[in-house]
Design a protein around this ligand. Structure first.
Ligand code: ZN
Length: 331
């Protein structure tokens, strides 16, 4: 059994042996890892070779069964036309001011996928596939229409719109959905085995009623339209919507430890939805390798299918803590 197959089966809740499966669909890059690999931000977002080198370290340095090269939240929106500051080794990228006000303003460029912000990760996925073979799965990443809306319309304007003009919010979601599907299909063609679908419908920004009204059906449609296993990522406490997520047909959910203990989350997700995560970012930043190792064991015993960090790790995370997820010691 290859690591790639072991990982992909775990996304469907299938496990073949005693060995746990490790990985994450969000960024694993910290400053120590950049130094170790000799590739840094911002080039890690804008240069396919540097991006692939950093992602590859998820397998070669950390021992994960999956690699994922899209470290920021900005690729789609940069290609659509948002100004993006790609950051530095100390700072993650940020998108600039909103560019749209209503659904009627939305204009998706016909060359979306060949613009650098999409073309670079597509090339990096190809390089990773070529270099890794079946040694690790290659995971791509796309953003759902809700998260794209935050960047393109501004978080506050977008969320106000859900109350003031919900019909227009629905039109926005409909018009941005093809961006997610188009970029997803291109990543699969480039070599991605599975995709992280990040749609930041966090409790403080999206009530359970809003999730049900605007997003549950959209996530169900994405699961149907994209021909590979999808891992939904939502930050924060998602206990009130885990049951709805389990009904979407998405393969896996990447959960935040604010939701509860691994055991509780396993109970909330039910039998069918597989789960990724279990290691808190706060602990990765501040605890010691023994604590991280113990939390990985706890997550495994609770039935978490893929064990790893809960979200994009902070850039100052100690590499020794990241390595401790799979039980590697820092040299
Ligand atoms: Zn997150």
């Amino acid at each position: 059994m290859t690591n790639r197959d072991r990982f992909l089966d775990a996304l469907h809740g299938l496990h073949h042996d005693e060995r746990p499966v490790f990985g994450t669909g969000t960024s694993i890059v910290c400053q120590e890892l950049m130094e170790r690999v000799g590739a840094r931000f911002p080039e890690g977002h804008t240069d396919a070779e540097k991006m692939a080198a950093l992602a590859m370290a998820g397998h070669t340095e950390l021992g994960f069964d999956v690699v994922m090269p899209l470290f920021s939240v900005c690729h789609e929106v940069a290609s659509i036309g948002c100004r993006v500051d790609w950051g530095s080794p100390e700072r993650m990228p940020e998108s600039g001011p909103p560019i749209f006000r209503t659904s009627a303003d939305i204009c998706i460029p016909s060359d979306l996928l060949t613009r650098p912000a999409c073309a670079v990760p597509l090339a990096a996925i190809g390089l990773l596939k070529q270099r890794l073979g079946a040694d690790a799965a290659v995971c791509g990443k796309v953003f759902g229409p809700w998260t794209q809306g935050y960047h393109l319309f501004g978080v506050e304007n977008f969320l106000m719109g859900t109350l003031d003009d919900p019909d227009d919010t629905r039109r926005i979601v409909e018009r941005l959905l093809p961006v997610t599907i188009q970029f997803a299909k291109a990543q699969i063609e480039a070599g991605a085995d599975c995709l992280l679908l990040a749609d930041h419908a966090t409790r403080d920004l999206c009530s359970p009623a809003a999730y049900q009204s605007f997003l549950q059906e959209v996530h169900t449609r994405l699961a149907e339209a994209i021909p590979c296993p999808l891992i939904l990522h939502i930050c924060g406490d998602t206990s009130d919507r885990m049951g709805m997520i389990a009904e979407t047909g998405l393969a896996c959910f990447h959960w935040d430890t604010k939701t509860g203990s691994a055991k509780d989350v396993r109970g909330l997700a039910g039998e069918r939805l597989s789960l990724m995560g279990g290691i808190s970012n706060g602990k990765l930043l501040q605890a010691d390798p023994e604590t991280i190792r113990a939390d990985a064991n706890t997550a495994c015993a609770a039935g978490i299918d893929v064990i790893g960090p809960e979200c994009a790790i902070p850039l100052t995370t100690p590499l020794a803590n990241l390595k401790a997820v799979v039980g590697r010691r820092s040299r």
